[in-house]
Design a protein around this ligand. Structure first.
Ligand code: FAD
Length: 323
């Protein structure tokens, strides 16, 4: 029995959520008194792979096949399941990221494993029980779920486990997978970036705005603040419904759920359906002219005032700080 962690990369670079997931898997392997191997798919430099040892992985299986250069859910799930079999891993850990959400259930089916998605803490392991805390009801509650099957897949929410440097370097091994053509049920022919902006699901910093901005012509100040910070932009549902912003920026219960390190909400009331998609952000800053706005109840920092006055000043302050 061992633990396998899937280490996701974006264009060959690891993200913070990758180090979180390795730290989590290493702590879990330690609790179970077993070893941790990692699997990477795609072109990541050997030096970056061996650095994963710092976070507790002892062995990295490296898959560099040309066929697997771009992400394909079914094929990646097959490769990870195959690596789990090779390593005799009973537990597979991965990030509950955009791609992790597609991979985790597929891996679970292939391994006949119990699945926990949205885990936020290490499992409680005692008396033969394996209980994992995870978010439920769009982040409004926690559920403690027992996995009773021998094999387990855990998808960890980004920003819910701290990165810990506990190890040294890891040995990198090439892993030739026997992925079949039938695993490529859909094939990405070309990726065309719709925008050069930072992708919202992966962003660590997000500036978001709502109906308080009055109209689309006022978004320049939101983009200016986002540019100054190196952040992605997001919006509330009525804003995208009205066509002020593209639908892919809509966050919340019916939009996308994000958990960046910093979420700045400008002129957004903080309705429960909006909070459902952003409440697991690490630090929430709210700018609203109404001191009674519900968003302030979940804010780490709140500024009561007119966004048209505050946001440009904040942008200038960020620029001055960075200069
Ligand atoms: P408003 O509620 O109109 O709030 C505007 C805020 O701006 C107010 O708090 C006001 O005080 C402030 N403001 C005004 N002027 C200024 C100023 N000059 N400076 C600073 N602050 C100012 N909503 C989502 O966002 N995401 C979802 O996924 C989602 N899903 C939904 C699903 C269902 C089934 C339903 C029923 C609703 C859903 N909604 C969702 C809508 C949600 O209930 C709210 O209506 C919506 O979030 C409100 O958007 P808002 O905060 O931008 O607008």
């Amino acid at each position: 029995m061992s633990v396998l962690v899937y280490v996701e990369n974006a264009d060959g670079q690891f993200k913070k959520s990758t180090f979180e997931v390795v730290s989590y898997a290493a702590a879990l392997a330690k609790t179970l008194n077993t070893s941790l191997a990692a699997i990477s798919i795609g072109n990541v430099a050997d030096v970056a792979l061996s650095e994963l040892g710092k976070y507790g992985a002892t062995k990295i299986l490296n898959v560099t096949s040309d066929k697997l250069k771009t992400f394909v859910n079914q094929a990646y799930a097959s490769v990870i399941a195959e690596a789990a079999a090779k390593e005799s891993a009973d537990i597979v850990v991965l990030s509950n990221s955009f791609s992790g959400k597609g991979l985790a259930p597929r891996i679970a089916v292939k391994l006949q494993a119990g699945l926990i998605s949205g885990a936020v803490a290490l499992p409680e392991v005692s008396d033969g029980k394996f209980i994992v805390k995870r978010t439920a009801f769009s982040g409004k509650a926690f559920a403690f779920t027992e996995i009773t099957s021998a094999k387990k897949v855990i998808a960890l929410n980004p920003n819910s486990y701290k990165v810990e440097e506990t190890g040294a370097t890891a040995a990198v091994e090439n892993f030739e997978s026997s992925v079949k053509d039938s695993d490529f049920k859909s094939v990405i022919k070309e990726i065309v970036r719709a925008t050069d902006k930072i992708s919202l699901p992966d962003a660590e910093l997000v500036v978001s705005a709502g109906r308080g901005l009055k109209g689309p012509e006022n978004w320049k100040m939101i983009e200016d603040l986002a540019d100054a910070l190196g952040a992605a932009t997001a919006c509330s549902k009525p804003v995208s419904d009205a066509g002020w912003r593209p639908h892919e920026e809509h966050v919340g219960q019916t939009g996308i759920a994000i958990s960046p390190n910093l979420y700045i909400a400008v002129g957004i009331s903080g309705a429960i359906q909006h909070l459902a998609g952003v409440s697991s952000s690490k630090t929430i800053v709210v700018i609203n002219k109404d001191p009674e706005a519900p968003f302030f109840k979940v804010a780490d920092y709140g500024i009561v005032g007119d966004a048209f006055d505050i946001v440009p000043k904040l942008t200038e302050a960020v620029k001055a700080y960075k200069a």
